[in-house]
Design a binder for this molecule. Structure first.
Ligand code: THU
Length: 136
């Protein structure tokens, strides 16, 4: 799996080129590697109604679902920043749904990626355990 990381990072950097971010000018690309060996990409897509903006990680994950690409095992997030950018809170929760142990590679414009896991990034996540424990 790890041998695919250079390819995964390259895919995130390519997806970054597709970012639609005319308002923030903050371009983000994401690439998800699945247990089927597929790589699925996404970019942030902004809107004049700012709150409708979708992050790169979530566009990639929704594509993975609709393409039946498999379970995510790693995600690379690429930005044009001097230091690595971690996924926002909403994206952490969104990805957690599909694999709490996903490896997260945050990639600045140059240099080695910062590697972590979703479990480390989102301790105490909301999950189906809470849903199932609610009184009827
Ligand atoms: N953004 C992402 O695409 N992913 C993140 O995890 C953080 C933020 C985007 C959303 C918006 O288009 C821009 O970055 C600035 O917040």
């Amino acid at each position: 799996m790890r041998e695919r990381f250079p390819e995964l990072i390259a895919a995130a950097r390519e997806a970054l080129q597709r970012a639609y971010a005319p308002y923030s000018k903050f371009h983000v690309g994401a690439a998800i590697l699945t247990d089927k060996g597929e790589i699925v990409t996404g970019c942030n897509v902004e809107n004049a109604s700012y709150g409708l903006t979708i992050c790169a990680e979530r566009t990639a994950m929704t594509r993975a679902v609709i393409q039946d690409a498999g379970r995510p095992v790693a995600v690379a997030v690429a930005t044009r920043t001097p230091t690595p950018t971690p996924p926002c809170g909403a994206c952490r929760q969104f990805l957690y749904e599909f694999n709490p142990d996903i490896i997260v590679l945050c990639c600045a414009e140059s240099g080695d990626p910062a590697e972590t896991t979703l479990r480390d990034l989102l301790p105490g996540a909301f999950d189906t355990g809470q849903l199932n424990s609610a009184a009827p």
